[in-house]
Ligand binder design. Structure first.
Ligand code: NDP
Ligand code: MG
Length: 389
């Protein structure tokens, strides 16, 4: 039986690699829906190739243009509008809701997919960062599996299989350390978007690539892990591992450590999320050649040069709305950095300022409060940032 997939964020880095995996396994998977924001050129090619029943373009103008462009192509209905993503994931034909959109746009569709009992393949970490308590509680209630796509969390998810929760001492997330691992503070001041977008090991969307360079990505991943694996922050550690061969580790109470190793290739965790709980051979991906690896190295993160990791841990530990504030402030700061309006070191500066100024008085926020705070903090971050322009 083929599994049917609704792929949200199909035009992005994860989305395109997911379609590569699906194309290589046409007998196992079928695309029911594709969704993007406004990249209609890529989406059009994907629609013609995969012939989904539905495609969603969240930008309405772009949706109209795509409908005109695809005039005469009868396979695919084009939708737009606020509720469309929630509708397509909830369609009874869908088995797997693959959430590969960026930012908080993933939250509501993830919840809609959970409520309708889909398998959730979750790449979008922001969903768990801002509303992990709600998403995991709903997943438990509806008995829905959340299969992480993020490589570190996919590794931990797999290492935890067959383990007794009481035997876990800690989870160690690995981080490449990004392109500026050995920079001085003076050199960091001069980092340009072009330099930050050139990641040594992974090819990803722009926002997450900058987050990898500031180490905010690892900070967001700490919060993501806290919710996915229901583990307190004092049992979560980060170690820099520049080769990105070990994708994370689980240490047990007898000091045995389990890890997952592979070359850095997102197609591997993507395929696992699609085939779970089974596995399949993978095409277009290499195996590790241990004779060529020579060394695997590890070091502590440099918190002085890369304060984002600690800021994220603080936001996670303080809980309530702080992770929402962290995520929104960071998204705005990264966008401003990419527009060359602020410098690389202004990213942690801005995030810290916004965190410091927030009155965190809602320990268990509801969905509406989360979305409202997200909107308010984006405005506030811009206001504070304007003083830096
Ligand atoms: P990209 O920026 O490459 O792609 C984002 C995708 O989301 C695009 O398809 C984009 O559409 C779509 N999108 C953006 N905003 C909206 C919106 N408001 N409504 C609907 N669709 C929207 O990101 P990545 O693929 O790199 O990352 C996707 C998610 O996966 C992120 O949450 C990231 O943190 C996570 N992730 C990514 C990894 C990677 O290797 N890239 C690794 C681990 C996690 P359009 O193209 O039309 O703008
Ligand atoms: Mg990751």
């Amino acid at each position: 039986m083929k599994k049917t997939v609704a792929l949200l964020g199909s035009t992005g880095s994860i989305g395109r690699q997911t379609l590569e995996v699906i194309e290589a396994n046409k007998n196992s998977f079928e695309v029911f829906a594709l969704a993007a924001h406004n990249e209609i050129k890529i989406l059009k090619e994907q629609i013609i190739k995969f012939k989904p029943e539905v495609a969603v373009v969240s930008d309405e103008k772009a949706a109209k243009k795509l409908s005109l462009d695809l005039h005469g192509f009868k396979h695919t209905k084009i939708l737009s509008g606020e509720n469309s993503l929630n509708e397509i994931v909830a369609n009874p034909k869908v088995d797997i809701a693959f959430i590969a959109v960026s930012g908080t746009a993933g939250l509501l569709p993830t919840l809609a997919a959970i409520k309708t009992g889909k398998i959730i393949a979750l790449a979008n970490k922001e969903t768990l960062v801002v509303a992990g308590h709600i998403v995991m509680e709903q997943a438990k209630k509806f008995k829905v599996p959340i299969i992480p796509v993020d490589s570190e969390h996919s590794a931990v998810f797999q290492c935890l299989q067959g383990k007794n929760k009481l035997h876990i001492k800690k989870i160690i997330l690995t981080a490449s350390g990004g392109p500026f691992r050995n920079y001085s503070i003076e050199e960091l001041k001069r980092v340009t978007p072009e330099m930050a977008l050139d990641h040594p090991n992974w090819s990803m969307g722009k926002k997450i690539t900058v987050d990898s360079a500031t180490l905010m990505n690892k900070g967001l991943e700490l919060i993501e892990a806290r919710w996915l694996f229901d583990i307190p922050y004092n049992q979560l550690e980060v170690v820099i591992h520049p080769q990105s061969i070990i994708h994370s580790m689980v240490e047990l109470i007898d000091n045995s450590v389990f890890s997952l190793m592979s070359i850095p290739d997102m197609k591997i965790p993507i395929q696992y999320a699609l085939t779970w709980p089974e596995r399949m051979p993978i095409s277009n991906s290499e195996e590790i050649d241990f004779t060529k690896l020579k060394t695997l190295t590890f070091e502590s993160p440099n918190h002085k040069l890369f304060p984002c990791l600690k800021l994220a841990r603080r936001a996670g530990e303080e809980g309530g709305l702080m992770p929402v504030v962290l995520n929104a402030a960071n998204e705005v700061a990264v966008a401003l950095f990419l527009e060359e309006k602020i410098g690389f070191l202004d990213i942690p500066y801005l995030v810290e300022k916004v965190l410091d100024s927030f009155d965190n008085n809602s320990p268990n926020p509801e969905l509406e409060e989360i979305l409202e705070t997200d909107r308010l903090i984006r405005k506030k971050t811009l206001q504070i940032a304007e003083k830096l322009f």
